[in-house]
Design a protein around this ligand. Structure first.
Ligand SMILES: C[S@@+](CC[C@H](N)C(=O)[O-])C[C@H]1O[C@@H](n2cnc3c(N)ncnc32)[C@H](O)[C@@H]1O
Length: 323
């Protein structure tokens, strides 16, 4: 086993035993929902960099898998929607983290009359070799773990998620990304990598890893400021800006002309007719924005029309649209 994976376990063993409030930081507010009370210890052990819990993913009584449990906060949030014994399976490779989160779920049970600790099943296991049957999961999630992995391990972790998902199931992820080159000294620093600071890759590469594994639809849901690595404190000549990305990858079949990647673009027809039909399945009603994936945006733009506007990516796509 590569040493950085062992270093990662050591980092999270420590973070399980003594909560490290500054470990991962995010501008996301903690979910506030009627009747949901998140124990303080779970908030202190929030080692994620965004949110993977979206109510609209959680219709139709889904089986939910969460890899890398941390203090358990997101598993409690998922349970809020699933509310059934074993509805959320949490997998983690660090015994101390499994023990800490199990303790936190007891506290959550005391604070939330709707919650029963049986709603969450905790399993010891590795993201690179999930202890989960093929095609059994509707919604799989990970927050701030996969960015730690080197490319080969990241591919393996994504293949594992793909394997356990049912057809049309979705993988919801939040991870740091960095569009600047990361200096090699930082990239090879096992502890910084484990702390989710130096393993991040550019957004386009991150999305390509997902589509290479076979996910036919990608939704970029949010992109937020995350961290700065500055020359005074880190081995870098330049200021490095890291963002956190929330993405859903859906196990739809791969379209023949390539994946549908939604980054928040819309097409608006403003011509003289009632609508514009590109004859590829996209009908733009006059003056009504239609969310389009990047592939469709590019194809419509290539038509060179002067009555269709294509907006820039907002990196805030939350459903609907062309495909
Ligand atoms: C950065 S923390 C994120 C925790 C949680 N997702 C959150 O948002 O608070 C990474 C988590 O992944 C776990 N972990 C580390 N390596 C792992 C591996 N190879 N397989 C499964 N879990 C792992 C750690 O123990 C820790 O709970």
């Amino acid at each position: 086993m590569e040493t950085y994976l062992e270093t990662t376990k050591d980092v999270y063993r420590e973070a399980a035993l003594v909560p490290d409030v500054g470990l991962c930081c995010t501008t996301n507010p903690i979910w506030e929902l009627p009747g949901l009370s998140i124990p303080k210890i779970m908030q202190q052990m929030n080692y994620g960099c965004g949110s993977t819990v979206h109510a609209r993913d959680l219709t139709h009584d889904p089986n939910i898998l969460y890899v890398g449990v941390g203090g358990g906060m997101e598993l409690l949030q998922f349970s809020y929607f699933s509310r059934k014994p074993g509805g959320v399976v949490g997998v983690d490779v660090v015994d101390e983290m499994l023990e800490a989160s199990a303790k936190n779920f007891v506290e959550a049970e005391e604070q939330n009359s709707w919650f029963n600790r049986d709603f969450v099943t905790l399993k010891k296991g590795d993201a690179l070799n999930l202890p989960v049957e093929d095609s059994t999961i509707d919604v799989a999630a990970q927050n701030c773990l996969f960015n730690i992995f080197h490319a080969e391990d990241l591919r393996r972790a994504l293949q594992e998620m793909y394997r356990v998902l049912k057809p049309h199931g979705r993988l919801v992820m939040s991870d740091p990304i960095c569009n600047q080159p990361m200096p090699e000294a930082l990239r090879q620093d096992e502890r910084l990598r484990a702390l989710c600071l130096s393993g991040s890759i550019p957004m386009a590469d991150y999305i390509k890893m997902l589509t290479d594994v076979g996910f036919g639809t990608i939704e970029v849901r949010a992109k937020r400021p995350y961290r700065i690595l500055d020359p005074k404190n880190y081995a870098t000549d330049d200021l490095i800006y890291i963002e956190s990305l929330e993405v859903a990858a859906i196990k739809d079949p791969m379209p023949e002309d390539g994946p549908c990647v939604f980054t928040g673009k819309a097409a608006i027809y403003y011509g003289d007719a009632e609508y514009f039909d590109d004859e590829k399945g996209h009908i733009l009603m006059k003056n009504q924005p239609l969310a389009v994936c990047d592939k469709t945006a590019q194809a419509i733009a290539a038509l060179g029309r002067d009555d269709v506007f294509i907006s820039e990516s907002t990196f805030h796509y939350d459903g609907g649209g062309c495909c």
